[in-house]
Design a binder for this molecule. Structure first.
Ligand code: SF4
Length: 426
């Protein structure tokens, strides 16, 4: 199903509640950033740091690998999702792992790691509360920071087999169940929010401390992370740490912000993943690499708030997902750049100043390049005679035929009245 069909279905079932919950978070975010008078200059700084990272990505990758190895961390570079999954499996097999505890990582979702490991006989337990809820429901996250925002407390009680729907009770119940998993896991997996190039350290931000338990309790900790998460040094890291949680949920900082170097009680491995990122550096969409996954563009988007994340069908939904999804599969996700009103709310809140409106318009061009009708229309505009012929055909075509030919476009819009005379013959 396409985005609009899934969106209509979601809106009827859950749209108004979802919209209200996310708008409350957007308001908290607005309040939190007002407490930082230099917010706009922080955005400029953050954007410039990310521009520097994009321009010097290969050098920063080399610097990070050298320093991480010196810090006692194994680093493996994976060119794509398959290589990433095979690498993780290799390390897990080395210790004969049967169960891993995993904290939130959009990259592992991008690589389909859970399914891959399960197929290879390794149980994966998601440990972030929201992620565990969607895992038990057999779903994918619907928001990158609030993966279960589309569910209700009744939904959670149901999957836990509980009658009590009190959120505190349910959270304690889940905590009790997850604690057992942490204590019996063979390895911990996590993502990383940032990698500090001149130290070789990985920075993980969570509100539940689940990544920390997974990093510390089992003898092996694997961090899966995309190359674009690099920042040059600790000063630059400071800029992003001031912005990330404030812009995501209105908190001053995430409850747990942990910096991981050498693992004292075992082995730590970082799998540094490309999966198309270096190729994107040379494309007109390279600015998407600046994203720090704060999720503010999703939360503020009037379409996302009403359609929910699953309507996007891609691992990252919302405005940033509408740019990333067609880059991963142009045909499958070509409807997503149009799931947008171009209101620019995403652009206003993005901490790294991704120019969404321009990028989304470019993406619309990119996904429609192969559309023969549009191509003919475009070509005809360069030749007056061809344009004359094209507009005559358009005027003479009966409305029902035109409506069928443009059925995607005209589903929710009335066809404009075609004038009897052409503009140039007036
Ligand atoms: S695109 Fe910008 S606002 Fe959206 S998640 Fe990324 S950093 Fe945040």
């Amino acid at each position: 199903m396409k985005h609009y069909e899934l969106a209509v279905k979601f809106y009827k079932e859950k749209g108004p509640r979802h919209d209200k919950s996310l708008w409350t978070i957007r308001q908290k975010r607005d309040k939190a950033i007002k407490e930082v008078p230099e917010w706009e200059s922080l955005r400029v700084q953050a954007s410039e740091i990310k521009d520097y990272v994009i321009e010097n990505l290969q050098d920063l990758v080399d610097e990070f690998i050298k320093n991480a190895k010196n810090a006692g961390i194994e680093v493996v570079f994976a060119k794509d999702a398959q290589e990433h999954n095979q690498t993780v499996l290799k390390y897990l097999k080395e210790i004969n792992a049967k169960k891993v505890v995993k904290s939130k990582s959009m990259l592992t979702e991008e690589c389909g790691l859970n399914e891959f490991l399960e197929k290879n006989g390794i149980e994966v337990i998601d440990t972030d509360l929201g992620e565990r809820i969607v895992q038990l429901r057999g779903e994918k996250p619907s928001h990158i920071v609030l993966p279960a925002i589309h569910t209700t407390k009744e939904d959670v009680a149901e999957i836990l087999g509980e009658e009590n729907t009190d959120p505190t009770y349910l959270t304690h119940k889940m905590r009790e169940l997850l604690r057992k998993e942490f204590l019996s896991a063979d390895a911990g997996l996590s993502g990383a929010n940032f990698l500090v190039a001149d130290k070789g350290w990985a920075v993980v931000c969570t509100n539940e401390g689940n990544a920390d338990l997974g990093a510390v309790l089992p003898p092996l900790h694997i961090i899966s992370v995309g190359v674009e998460k690099l920042v040059p040094n600790m000063n630059d890291l400071g800029v992003f740490l001031r912005m990330l949680a404030r812009n995501a949920t209105g908190q001053k900082i995430t409850t747990y912000t942990s910096i991981f170097g050498k693992k004292e009680n075992g082995k730590r491995v970082i799998v540094l993943v490309d999966n198309g990122r270096f190729e994107r550096l040379n494309s007109e969409f390279k600015e998407t690499l600046k994203c720090i996954r704060c999720s503010a563009c999703l939360t503020t988007c009037p379409v996302f708030r009403r359609s929910g994340g699953h309507a996007y069908r891609y691992v990252i939904p919302g405005p940033i997902g509408s740019l990333l999804a067609p880059l991963s599969d142009k045909e499958k996700y070509k409807d997503l750049p149009f799931a947008c009103t171009l209101c620019s709310s995403c652009e206003m809140v993005c901490p790294v100043k991704i120019p969404f409106s321009k990028q989304l318009v470019k993406m619309r061009e990119y996904v429609t390049k192969e559309n023969i009708a549009l191509k003919l229309a475009e070509k005809s505009m360069h030749h007056p005679q061809a344009f004359k012929l094209f507009s005559t055909i358009l005027r003479l075509t009966p409305k029902p035929v035109l409506k069928t030919a443009l059925k995607e476009w005209s589903r929710y819009k009335a066809l404009p009245k075609i004038p009897k005379k052409r503009f140039i013959s007036l």
